[in-house]
Design a protein around this ligand. Structure first.
Ligand SMILES: Nc1ncnc2c1ncn2[C@@H]1O[C@H](COP(=O)(O)OP(=O)(O)OP(=O)(O)O)[C@@H](O)[C@H]1O
Length: 119
């Protein structure tokens, strides 16, 4: 049982380390985080309600999570095949497509939350 708990604590440590690595080294994550902070500020400024906060937090988490996984896919691709290859291009493109799905979802959520406040 104590081995299980120590294993879980180690996993959390690695996961937090990964979070800081993303924030310290990845321009896409830094950019998305700045955009997220702007929307957090806008949320406070316009005093959005609890449900709107929950939706905004979900949208931000979705984009940052998918962007992080896209970054991981790019790193694996560059590690296993640094040279140009049609299949690597395809894999990277569809991973980016996942980010686009998330970004479009977040955009729709932002329009639904903020359009009534700005009219
Ligand atoms: N090894 C490769 N072989 C074929 N095409 C590639 C390769 N590397 C990148 N590409 C093409 O270039 C695009 C951009 O790849 P890249 O790895 O530069 O990602 P990025 O979106 O610019 O991310 P970042 O800015 O985070 O590095 C890919 O979506 C793919 O179409």
């Amino acid at each position: 049982m104590s081995g299980f708990i120590i294993g879980r604590i180690k996993s959390i440590r690695y996961a937090v380390k990964g979070l800081f690595l993303l924030l310290a080294t990845e321009n896409a994550i830094i950019t998305q985080s700045v955009i997220a902070l702007i929307f957090v500020g806008l949320g406070f400024y316009l005093d959005i309600d609890r449900v709107e906060w929950a939706l905004q937090i979900l949208a931000i988490g979705l984009v940052l999570s998918i962007e992080s996984l896209n970054t991981a896919v790019e790193k694996v691709c560059d590690f296993i095949h640094p040279e140009h290859h049609e299949k690597i291009g395809f894999i990277k493109d569809i991973a980016s497509g996942a980010v686009t799905f998330a970004a479009l979802t977040a955009f729709a959520v932002a329009v639904l939350i903020y359009s009534p406040y700005l009219m």
